[in-house]
Design a protein. Structure first.
Length: 131
């Protein structure tokens, strides 16, 4: 081989080395970007869940307080017969209110969980599209 051919061969090898280094660096950067997208989505999802759980707790507290108030009002009735009827009616109403309160609170949490899953799934799809 002539010196010219040897130089050409060395240049080709060097170009391939540089190409491989660039590919590795690009893959690394893409992976870091994808990881960042997913991490941010997980953080956002956690916030959505926390807010929903807080709202659910507040909803339960208020609903149960209203139910207790119904029962307390029934206990204030002076007439014994009216008191029995009022307590029975208040218990039915309070139990229904508690049940509806729990249902609403659980729906808040469930909806937030679904939203959080959607946020993470979208982020993972976006991250996968980068790679």
């Amino acid at each position: 081989q002539s010196a010219k051919e040897l130089v050409k061969e060395e240049i080709k090898e060097k170009i391939e080395e540089v190409k491989e280094e660039v590919k590795k660096e690009v893959k690394k950067n893409v992976k870091e970007q994808a990881d960042k997208i997913i991490k941010e989505a997980e953080k956002q999802a956690a916030q959505v869940k926390a807010q929903a759980r807080s709202l659910a707790a507040k909803t339960r507290k208020e609903g149960y307080a209203q139910a207790k108030k119904l029962e307390d009002e029934a206990n204030k009735t002076k007439n014994p017969l009216e008191k029995i009827a009022a307590k029975a009616a208040a218990k039915i109403a309070a139990d229904k209110l508690r049940k509806e309160t729990d249902k609403k609170a659980n729906q808040l949490v469930s909806t937030a969980d679904k939203k959080a899953q959607g946020i993470i799934a979208a982020a993972k799809a976006k991250a996968a599209a980068l790679q």
